[in-house]
Write a protein that binds this ligand. Structure first.
Ligand SMILES: [Zn+2]
Length: 299
């Protein structure tokens, strides 16, 4: 951590949810990774590597214990760990680690990932049977097609079980051949009951992913980094979409990307508040929608 004073960090976050009369925050986009992998992710951000291409000074670099404690002080009462595989052969390692983390940290949602590989159908099936709470995939980092045939049985399992999957499918920060809305649209055409949470609202293809959330009953959007000054500078949210976003009130979920963010946690909340979509919209986004989708057990 850059040693931001605890009071300075925590007070505005607590004031936000207390002011709305909420019991805390439900943040659907938080990362905890095995330390060796976390270090490599930090390196990519520090170097502004090819997947990043801009300065991105990470604010929260404490140990896992320090970061869990900070989330507790913020009043984030539920959060996932969202591991993601950047190549074949590592999902099981990440998933075993994330499972132990969820056992140890009661507020955390048991999270897992998958990759288009022959074993995916089997390990996803087993995780769902065992009660995993959320999956994460990242096509920009993983460089795979969401409609890869190896994932057909996986989408089928998730559509049947209703287990949510957080999908980074938008072309931010740097587009490649795998990003954008069309691959997710093709998956949804075949698995229309899939519970998908579009990370970063699909930045920068906001309109395309908004249309998917309107068209498919179980497609949600997470707010991760959207509406912050950092994102507004590079991928501003089109203001003409705001009335439709207001109407999607039950399908928008607070996400932050903690700890990999270059500004104080409270800034994400300010970004949402300044949209002026009403207090009930904020209450649903920051708490009720998360509780409804994921439940509170474990927390
Ligand atoms: Zn993320």
């Amino acid at each position: 951590m850059t040693d931001p004073s605890a009071v300075e960090e925590v007070a505005p976050v607590r004031e936000f949810w207390q002011g709305l009369g909420l019991p805390g925050l439900f943040d659907v986009h938080v990362h905890f990774l095995p330390p060796n992998i976390q270090r490599r992710v930090y390196e990519q951000f520090d170097l502004a590597g090819p997947k990043i291409e801009r300065e991105w000074p990470i604010r929260y670099r404490g140990s896992h214990e320090e970061r869990i404690e900070l989330l507790r002080e913020f009043g984030v009462r539920r959060f996932p760990t969202l591991p993601y595989a950047h190549r074949p052969g590592i999902a099981t390692y990440l998933n075993d680690w994330a499972r132990r983390f969820a056992d140890d940290v009661p507020e955390s949602m048991w999270s897992a990932t998958f990759y288009p590989e022959p074993e995916a159908a089997k390990y996803v099936d087993r995780l769902v049977g065992d009660g995993v709470e959320v999956f994460k995939v990242h096509v920009q980092v993983g460089e795979f097609h969401l409609d890869d045939p190896l994932l057909d049985p996986v989408w089928g399992t998730l559509a049947d079980s209703g287990t949510p999957v957080v999908i980074h499918a938008g072309s931010g920060p740097v587009a490649n051949a795998f990003t954008g809305a069309p691959p997710l649209r093709r998956v949804l055409e075949r698995f229309p009951r899939l519970t998908a949470v579009v990370a970063h609202m699909g930045a920068p293809e906001y309109a395309d992913f908004l249309a998917l959330a309107e068209a498919y009953e179980r497609v949600h959007l997470d707010t991760t980094m959207v509406f912050t000054d950092f994102f507004e500078a590079d991928a501003p949210y089109p203001r003409d979409l705001l009335p439709r976003l207001r109407d999607l009130q039950p399908k928008v979920l607070l996400g932050s990307d903690f700890p990999t963010i270059p500004y104080p946690y409270a800034h994400q909340l300010d970004g949402l508040a300044r949209l002026d979509l009403g207090e009930q919209w904020l209450r649903d986004v920051c708490w009720d929608n998360g509780v409804r989708l994921f439940g509170l057990h474990g927390g």
